[in-house]
Design a protein. Structure first.
Lengths: 321, 284
C-alpha cells in the first residue's frame, strides 16, 4: 500500500465510469478471459468503448438482472472472469438469490458493480436509490464488499480484482468523485487508509462521505478538535485491527456512510467495537428511510449527510468520552 | 438410430439407475423421489451414450456439461454418476447424512461430476447459458445439456433465459423439460397452468420436439436431431410420469417428496426385487 494524498480535494476532471471502462479495456487487452455483462445500462456506465473493442466478450443481457447474474456464474464456471454491472439496487436486491446461489454459494468468480450509491442516484429517486445494498451484500458469506473513493483508487482496485478469485461487490459512483488520492497510490483490500492522524476522535467514512468528512475535520480543527480520519473503502472484510487501534488511541468513533445506518459501515464498526473494545460511538447515515428525488446536495442535506452533520456528531460523541 | 445392442444397453442402464436410486432413497427413508425417477431414461441416454465425458477427469475442459436445474433430482443424477465411476456406488447410502457429498440438491462443490449447483428453481437456465457461452468463446465443441422441470417453468428466469439463448443463437445448448405434470402442491394445470410448453419455447424462437420421456431410443434420436439444428437453441419436451417406473410412487398423488411409511418401505422392497430381476433379464 502506497498512499499519496492530494493537497487539493476538488472534483475530479474524469468521471468514474470512464475510468472504469478504460481500466477494464486495458485489462481485457491483456487477459482474454475478462468478459463484461450489463443489464441495459452500458451507455449509462460509459461502457460503449468496451463493447466496440470487445463485442464477442460483451453481453448486454437487456433488462434481465437475474439472468445476467446466472450467466455470469456459468461463464465463471468455464474460466471466464466476468465483470457484471447494473445500478446498485438492481445488482443486489433485484437478483439477490441469483447472486447468493448461482454466484456465491457455487464459489464463482464474479465482480459485481452496482452504480449510483445512495444519494448519488439523485433524480432517479427512491426506486433507484440503494441505501441497503451494502447490507444485503455483506450478509453473503465470502463476499468482498468495496466502495472505491476516487478514480485513482478505482483504477487500482479494478486491476487488483482481475487477479483475484471470488465474489466481489463494487459499489461505484458513476460520475465525478472528489479527488483524495494522487496517481501512484496503491491500496490493500481489507486495509483502511488513514487520511488524518488526529487524537480526539476517529471518523470512519467511505465513498462520498470521505470528502465530506475532510470538510468536517476542517470545521472541527477550528474548534480545537483533532480528528483522525479513516477511509474504510473495504466494507468486508472490515479492517478490525485498525478500528480497535483507533478506538484505543482516540477513545471515540463516528462512522459516516451514504447508506442506511442499519447493516452498513456503522453496523460493521459497531460489531467490532462491541465485541472487542466498547467505545462511545455515533453514526452518520440514512436513518432507516427510503430515498427520494433531488440533487445530490439537496439529498445530503435531507438525509443529514453533510460535513456539518458529521461535525455535530463528533461534538456529541466527545461529550460521551 | 441406436442398434439393438445399444438400445438394450441404455434400457439396462436406465433400469440400473432406477434400482440404485430407489435403494438410495429407501435407505434414507425419504426424498424427492417423484422428480428423480421421471428423468431416469434421459440420464441414461446422456451418461450412457451421448455426453462426451471422462469420469477419471471430471473437469476435462472439452467435456459436455449437464446442468440439472431441477436440482431436487439429485438422487438419480448421483446414481448415474456413481454407475459411470465418478465415485463408489456405496456412497449413495450417504445421501443427506451428516458430512455427505450427496445433498438433496445438486452441488458442484460437494459431488464429483456435478457441473453446476442447483436447487433454487430457474437458476440453472442462466448458468447453463453462461457455460454454453463460455465454451463457445473458447471455440470448444462442447454441448451443454440442461434439464428443467415443468413446474420450474413457472419461474420468470426460465423465460429470461429463453429469450437470451435465442438472441445469442446458442445451438450447443440442448434443454429438456421434464414434463411430469406435477409440482410440489399438485398438478401443474391446477396450480399455474403452463399450457403448451413447446409452443411457448417455439414462440421464443427455439427448436422444439415432443418426446416420450420413458423411451430411450426416442430421447436419443431427439438429441441427435437437436444437434443438427444450427444457430438456434433446442428444447426437448419429455412426456414423463412423476415417479416414473416405480408403481407405488406413480400412484401416490403427493409424490414430489415422500417420507416412506412402513407399507411404502414394503412396496419399495418389492419394487427392488422386480427391478433386480429385470436387470438379470438384460444380462441374459
Amino acid at each position: 500500500m502506497t498512499i499519496l494524498l492530494t493537497k487539493n480535494s476538488v472534483k475530479e476532471d474524469v468521471e468514474m465510469r470512464n475510468v472504469y471502462c478504460q481500466t477494464l479495456s486495458e485489462l481485457a487487452r491483456e487477459n482474454e478471459q475478462i468478459v463484461a455483462l450489463d443489464a441495459d445500462l452500458m451507455s449509462s456506465m460509459g461502457m460503449i468503448p468496451f463493447l466496440k473493442e470487445f463485442p464477442e466478450r460483451t453481453f448486454n443481457c437487456g433488462v434481465q438482472e437475474a439472468n445476467m447474474m446466472g450467466v455470469a456464474a456459468g461463464l465463471s464456471a468455464t474460466g471466464k472472469i466476468p465483470y457484471a454491472h447494473t445500478f446498485g439496487p438492481f445488482a443486489t436486491r433485484r437478483c439477490y438469490d441469483q447472486v447468493f446461489l448461482s454466484g456465491a454459494y457455487t464459489k464463482s468468480n464474479i465482480r459485481i458493480t452496482g452504480s449510483d450509491p445512495g444519494v448519488t442516484a439523485a433524480y432517479n429517486g427512491g426506486t433507484h436509490m440503494p441505501f441497503e445494498d451494502i447490507g444485503i451484500m455483506r450478509n453473503i458469506p465470502e463476499m468482498t464488499v468495496l466502495e472505491p473513493t476516487d478514480s485513482v483508487m478505482l483504477t487500482d482496485i479494478i486491476k487488483q480484482l482481475a487477479g483475484l478469485y471470488g465474489m466481489f461487490y463494487v459499489r461505484l459512483l458513476r460520475k465525478n468523485a472528489i479527488k483524495i488520492y494522487e496517481k501512484g497510490s496503491t491500496f490493500k483490500i481489507g486495509k483502511a487508509v488513514k487520511l488524518k492522524n488526529g487524537k480526539d476522535v476517529t471518523i470512519i467514512a467511505n465513498g462520498i462521505m470521505v470528502a465530506e468528512t475532510l470538510k468536517a475535520a476542517h470545521l472541527l480543527k477550528e474548534k480545537g478538535i483533532s480528528v483522525r480520519l479513516l477511509d474504510m473503502f473495504t466494507l468486508k472484510p472490515i479492517d478490525k485491527e485498525t478500528i480497535i487501534t483507533c478506538a484505543k488511541e482516540t477513545g471515540a468513533i463516528v462512522t459516516a456512510e451514504n447508506h442506511n445506518i442499519i447493516n452498513g459501515l456503522g453496523s460493521a464498526v459497531a460489531e467490532i467495537l462491541a465485541e472487542n473494545i466498547p467505545t462511545p460511538m455515533e453514526r452518520i447515515g440514512v436513518k432507516d428511510l427510503f430515498g427520494e428525488v433531488g440533487s445530490v446536495d439537496y439529498l445530503k442535506e435531507r438525509f443529514e449527510l453533510t460535513a456539518n452533520d458529521i461535525a455535530k456528531k463528533v461534538e456529541k460523541v466527545l461529550k460521551r468520552k | 438410430m441406436l442398434s439393438q445392442k445399444e438400445l438394450n444397453q441404455l434400457e439396462r442402464f436406465a433400469t440400473e439407475i432406477r434400482l440404485e436410486t430407489l435403494k438410495e432413497i429407501k435407505n434414507l427413508g425419504f426424498g424427492h423421489i417423484g422428480g428423480a425417477m421421471s428423468i431416469v431414461e434421459t440420464l441414461a441416454v446422456l451418461y450412457g451414450k451421448v455426453m462426451k465425458i471422462n469420469p477419471k477427469e471430471p473437469k476435462w475442459k472439452d467435456r459436455d456439461w449437464l446442468v440439472v436445474s431441477k436440482g431436487h433430482a439429485g438422487p438419480s443424477v448421483y446414481t448415474a454418476l456413481a454407475l459411470k465411476g465418478y465415485f463408489p456406488i456405496e456412497e449413495l447410502m450417504t445421501l443427506n447424512k451428516p458430512k455427505t457429498n450427496l445433498p438433496s440438491h445438486c452441488d458442484r462443490n460437494k459431488t464429483i461430476g456435478i457441473d453446476m449447483t442447483t436447487g433454487s428453481l430457474g437458476q440453472g437456465m442462466s448458468t447453463a447459458i453462461g457455460i454454453a457461452l463460455g465454451n463457445r468463446l473458447d471455440r470448444r465443441n462442447s454441448y451443454t445439456y440442461l434439464i428443467l422441470g415443468d413446474g420450474e417453468c413457472d419461474e420468470g428466469q426460465v423465460w429470461e433465459g429463453a429469450l437470451f439463448a435465442h438472441h445469442h443463437k446458442l445451438d450447443h445448448l440442448i434443454t429438456f423439460v421434464d414434463t411430469n405434470k406435477k409440482q410440489l402442491d399438485g398438478y401443474t394445470k391446477d396450480i399455474n397452468d403452463l399450457g403448451d410448453i413447446a409452443q411457448k419455447f417455439a414462440s421464443f424462437g427455439w427448436h422444439t420436439q415432443d418426446v416420450n420421456g420413458a423411451d430411450v431410443a426416442k430421447i436419443y434420436e431427439a438429441i441427435e436431431k437437436a444437434k443438427e439444428i444450427k444457430e438456434q437453441p433446442s428444447v426437448i419436451i419429455l412426456d414423463t410420469i412423476k415417479g416414473q417406473g416405480i408403481k407405488f410412487v406413480e400412484e401416490t398423488m403427493a409424490n414430489h417428496h415422500m417420507i416412506f411409511s412402513t407399507a411404502e418401505h414394503k412396496a419399495a422392497e418389492k419394487c427392488i426385487i422386480e427391478l433386480e430381476n429385470r436387470l438379470k433379464e438384460y444380462q441374459v
